[in-house]
Design a protein around this ligand. Structure first.
Ligand SMILES: Cc1cc2nc3c(=O)[nH]c(=O)nc-3n(C[C@H](O)[C@H](O)[C@H](O)COP(=O)(O)OP(=O)(O)OC[C@H]3O[C@@H](n4cnc5c(N)ncnc54)[C@H](O)[C@@H]3O)c2cc1C
Length: 456
C-alpha cells in the first residue's frame, strides 16, 4: 500500500521517469528538492558520507540573487565539519571586516546643523567573535560550491509537484511538474520559504504550511567600493555598520574582497498584496522613507541604483512547523524555519541543519552495515533525531530575529534607545548564535538516533 502526499490526496499519473537513482544495495539514496545554498551544502555533506544524492532544482541553473550574505562563526565551523570544501568555497569569496568589532550608530539624529556633516554618534561596539562575520556575494559563493558537486547530481527544471511515501521497504516516488518522476529512499526539502515539501507534509490548508508577512520590507543593493569610500569615508565603507533609528534601520558591510558594499535598509510596510516576494521601487521612494534620517543614512540610500527591488520579509513565527520531519521526508533551511534576516543567520542555520543531517545519515550508514535494521526504519529514526536536534534552536532564531529588529529600531520594551541596554540585548543573542555547542549538537543528534532506532 502507498500513501498519497498530494495536498488534495490525489496521486498523479506520470508520463516519464528521470534516471532512477542507481546505488548498491546498502548505499542509501536521498533526493534533495531545491538547489539554493542549503540544498547545495546538504548535498555536499551527504556526498562526503557516501550517500547517493540527486538534487532537483526547478530553475534552469543554480543561481543566487546579486546581494550580500554573511556567515557567522557557528556557520563556518559547521561548514568545516560538514565538508571542508564548503568552508574553502566560502573563504575563496568572502571578505572579512577590517575592524575586530561591529559598530552601531545613531542613524537618525544629526550632530550638527550642517546638512553635509557625516559624523554620527557611535552608540556601542559589539566584538566580532572568534572568526568574525565573513561577507560574500551570494552568487559568488554558490558558484564556488557548485564546483564541488559532481556532474550528474543536479537535475534542472524539476519542479516538485507531489510525492508518494511507500510503506515497508519501498522507495519514495517524487513527481515533477513536467510529468516525470524519480525515486529515492528519503527526501530533504530545501525548497525555500515557499516550500512545496512543507505544504505536502502538513497540507495546503494548514497555516504551518505558509510563512507570514512581518510587516517589514528590505531595500537591498550593492555599491562599488570606490563610490562608497568617496561618499562615506573608508572606515564606514570597509566595515560592518548598523545605523539604528525609529521604526527602520540600515546595515552595510563589505563583500567581494572589499570591491563592493552590501546595503540593506529595513522599513515598515503595512501589507504585502503581491504574489511575488519582491516589488520594484525607485531610489526616490527609498529616499522618501529615510528623508528625516541623518546625512550618513541619507547618503547610503542615495548610493542605491535608480530603480531596485524591495523584498517582503516573511517568516514562520506565527505558525511554526510542528515537526521538521514526517517519516522519511524532512525539511532544512528556509523550508523548515524561514526567519526574518535581522540576525544575518538564516543561511548559517541552514548550514547547521546540513551538519545535523550528515551526522544522522552517518548513523544510518553504520546501522545498515550491521544489517540488523531495515533502511527505511533507520532513515525514519534519523529524521526524527534531526528534528530533535534542530527544531528548538531554529524556532528560537525566528522569534529572536523579530525581537532584535525591535532593538535596532528602538522599539524593544526593555531597552528603548538606551545604548547599554540595546548592546546587552544584542550581545547575548549574538553569542547564543555564534558560540553554539556544535559538537554537543552532533552528540545529541547521534544519541537521539540511537534512542529512536531502539523505539524510544
Ligand atoms: C535581506 C536578507 C538578508 C539576509 N542576510 C543573511 C545573512 O547575512 N546571513 C545568513 O546566514 N542569512 C541571511 N539571510 C537569510 C538567507 O538568505 C536564507 O536563509 C537562505 O538564502 C535560505 O537558503 P535556502 O537554500 O534554504 O532557500 P533558497 O535560497 O530560497 O533556495 C530554495 C531553492 O529551491 C528551489 N525550489 C523552490 N521550490 C521548488 C520546487 N517545488 N521544486 C524544485 N525546486 C524548488 C528554488 O528555485 C531555490 O533554488 C538573509 C535574508 C534576507 C531576506
Amino acid at each position: 500500500m502507498h500513501t498519497s502526499n498530494d495536498e488534495n490526496g490525489v496521486t498523479h499519473a506520470t508520463n516519464g521517469t528521470t534516471s532512477p537513482v542507481d546505488h548498491p544495495s546498502k548505499q542509501i539514496s536521498i533526493a534533495i528538492v531545491g538547489g539554493g545554498i542549503v540544498g547545495c551544502v546538504t548535498a555536499l555533506g551527504l556526498l562526503k558520507r557516501g550517500v547517493s544524492v540527486k538534487l532537483y532544482e526547478q530553475a534552469r541553473s543554480l543561481r543566487e540573487i546579486g546581494a550580500g550574505l554573511a556567515f557567522t562563526t557557528n556557520a563556518q565551523r559547521c561548514m568545516e565539519l560538514t565538508n571542508s570544501d564548503i568552508l574553502a568555497a566560502m573563504k575563496a569569496v568572502s571578505t572579512e571586516n577590517e575592524l575586530a568589532y561591529y559598530t552601531y550608530k545613531d542613524g537618525y539624529h544629526t550632530l550638527s546643523d550642517d546638512p553635509n556633516d557625516m559624523s554620527e554618534r557611535e552608540l556601542f561596539r559589539l566584538h566580532a567573535g572568534k572568526t568574525g562575520f565573513d561577507g560574500c556575494h551570494r552568487a559568488h559563493f554558490l558558484d564556488e560550491l557548485v564546483k564541488h558537486i559532481p556532474e550528474g547530481v543536479v537535475e534542472f527544471q524539476k519542479r516538485l509537484h507531489s510525492y508518494e511515501q511507500g510503506d515497508g521497504d519501498g522507495p519514495i516516488t517524487l513527481h515533477f511538474e513536467d510529468g516525470t518522476s524519480a525515486t529515492a529512499d528519503a527526501v530533504i526539502g530545501c525548497d525555500g520559504i515557499r516550500s512545496r515539501v512543507r505544504q505536502l507534509l502538513f497540507g495546503r490548508d494548514n497555516p504551518s504550511s505558509h510563512p507570514s508577512f512581518c510587516r517589514k520590507v528590505a531595500f537591498r543593493g550593492l555599491v562599488k567600493m570606490d563610490k562608497a569610500v568617496a561618499a562615506l569615508g573608508p572606515e564606514k565603507a570597509h566595515n560592518q555598520c548598523m545605523h539604528m533609528g525609529p521604526r527602520a534601520h540600515v546595515l552595510n558591510f563589505p563583500i567581494a574582497q572589499h570591491t563592493l558594499i552590501n546595503v540593506v535598509a529595513f522599513a515598515d510596510e503595512a501589507e504585502w498584496p503581491h504574489e511575488k516576494m519582491t516589488a520594484p521601487v525607485s531610489r526616490q521612494e527609498i529616499m522618501e522613507v529615510f528623508k528625516e534620517w541623518n546625512p550618513t543614512v541619507r547618503t547610503i540610500v542615495s548610493l542605491l541604483e535608480d530603480s531596485t527591488d524591495k523584498w517582503a520579509i516573511f517568516d514562520t513565527y506565527d505558525h511554526p512547523a510542528p515537526s521538521f520531519s514526517v517519516g522519511r521526508i524532512c525539511m532544512a533551511g528556509d523550508a523548515a524555519h524561514a526567519s526574518s534576516p535581522h540576525h544575518g543567520a538564516g543561511a548559517g542555520f541552514g548550514v547547521e541543519d546540513a551538519l545535523a543531517l550528515a551526522t544522522v545519515v552517518d548513523e544510518v550508514n553504520a546501522t545498515l552495515a550491521d544489517g540488523k535494521v531495515g533502511r527505511n526504519t533507520a532513515l525514519e529514526a534519523a529524521f526524527q533525531a534531526y528534528d530533535a536536534a534542530r527544531r528548538q534552536r531554529c524556532q528560537w532564531l525566528v522569534k529572536s530575529s523579530r525581537e532584535v529588529c525591535d532593538v535596532y529600531e528602538w522599539a524593544h520594551p526593555e531597552c528603548g534607545s538606551e545604548p547599554e541596554k540595546c548592546l546587552k540585548e544584542i550581545e547575548w543573542r549574538a553569542h547564543k548564535i555564534w558560540y553554539f555547542d556544535i559538537e554537543g549538537m552532533v552528540r545529541d543528534a547521534r544519541s537521539a538516533y540511537q534512542r529512536f532506532i531502539q523505539g524510544g
